[in-house]
Design a protein around this ligand. Sequence first.
Ligand SMILES: [Zn+2]
Length: 611
Amino acid sequence: MALGFRPRYAPDVAVSSSLSATGVRWDLRDLEPDAEQATREWDELFARARDFAERRRGTVGSAGAQGVRDMLDELDELSQDASRVHFYATAREHTDATDPETNDLATLARDRAADLESMLLFVELEWLALGDAEAETLLHAAELEPYAHRLRVAREEKPYVLPEGEEQALNARRPAISAWESLHGRELATLTVEFDGGDGPEPHTIDRLLSYVHHPEREVRLAALEVLYEALEGVADVQAACYDAIVGDRLSLDRLREIPETMWPTNQRNELAGDVVEAMMSAIEQHYPLGRRWFVRKASVLGLDRLQLGDQYAPIGSDRRVEWPEAISMVDDSLRDFSPRFSEIFRTCLDRGHVDAEPRPGKVGGAYCNSVSKAVLPYVLLNYTDQLRDVVTLAHEFGHAVHGTLALERQTYRAFHTGLAVAEVPSTFAQLLAVERLIDNEEDVSTRAMLLADRAESAMASIFRQTMMARFEIQAYGIRGEGKALTSDRLSELWFAENERYYGDSIELPAGYRLGWSYIPHFIHVRFYTYAYAFAHLVAFSLLARYREDPERFAPAYIEFLSYGGSRAPQDLLAPLGVDLRDPQTWAHAFAEFDRCVVEAEEGVDALEAA
Ligand SMILES: [Zn+2]
């Protein structure tokens, strides 16, 4: 899914005309015919929003259930048209960043979207301003059923909203805070270092240096990280100052708003209770030894006494080339196995040109899926480089696409949205299904070992490492809350301590890794963002085990879960699937599946060594 972060353009991607997804590009005509029409539509949307505001402002409290329903339906239509026109600009920006027309369109989209947002914000504010009794009456009205859950969630913020004048004053200083975020991002984006990755010395960005962690030669892997750490020395003080300013600001706003708990804003967005999150994080930390066991085994298969941090993702076994048509049939089979409907959505998206898979200059890096509106099928972006890992990415993004399509069929646009924690569940589940299928069908011992290791290591990266990061943040907020500055030294100490808690003796952490906190964008953009990945991966593990126990019963219940979108709380969405978030056994159940993955990865390297 689009994570809302600065797009990472990928000039580093080795672009070769021999890649098999060449020519697989988006057809944006389901969004807009051309830039001219898009510009015209922004004007129309602006006029519609102004008309809506003139007619509706000040009426939320007096319109009655049917009146509020009509208002929300109209707003839902407006939001979807805005989403479509906006995504037309974003999609062009993400696939052709150098086109001047695209840049003008993207600037226009950003400005107009902000105008629209402030023009329409009164609906949310008036909804929050209603008294509890009035709001409860509306929430129980049959007319408002399609919106009730999202409206209820929105009201949870009511106790912490300040009087309008104060909110406006806080908003007015927003650009000054964003400046810290921009500075942090710019320091990282502009950092380039000379490095020789095998083709002679060349300037490298951070992302490109980090990509060497998958390099087969140890010297290259370790040297790339050393060069990175050295370069970070030069920016660490600035990065710490940015983080200190941002955390300090968030904490003083929390005090002003009387928000009781540092994690509350994130937990509220995820619709998870604080104690549920803490129980999950503690369960994860108790299982850190599972990761260490694998790292010890991995060291021995690589012929090392002990892994260095740069060996963590060293390749095991061998990858194989998978051409785009084969990837399509692999993912199609995996989806169809679960439900023919999933495969139909996948095929339709492909046929309508809603998949952009070709890596090329001027295209954004990474992968995402955007569910645009009830009227438009999702758009999926990835950079397909003919590796098995890319097949898994394709499956992941179509987990999102299937979720978006089914939820938008049944729900209003407002109610289709979920928090990040739930949003990543269907994508991770689709990814796990696809990987299992790849493993089952793979006869080559070496490729099997690679797939098994990759599955276990990606689970470790999202479950263990992301939790470790969230715990680091909790400590940092605690220290800043005591009035101490978050200096580079202090952050480095905290970072190292949390990493040692996870890796123990199983991995040697180089001294330069102290600065590992300084290039993580999540810390800057959304506090405690990372635990959502751990949540989604564990829940997906648990769902996979349930599916295996009783596929006939599980599949229809799962499709039902997808079609609810964000119209219910995570607890109520997942309970019918046998996942009770309040029951500590839930995490034990997920870890049994995780453990199975590690055991199979160990068996994979056993077989590799025996061959
Ligand atoms: Zn995702």
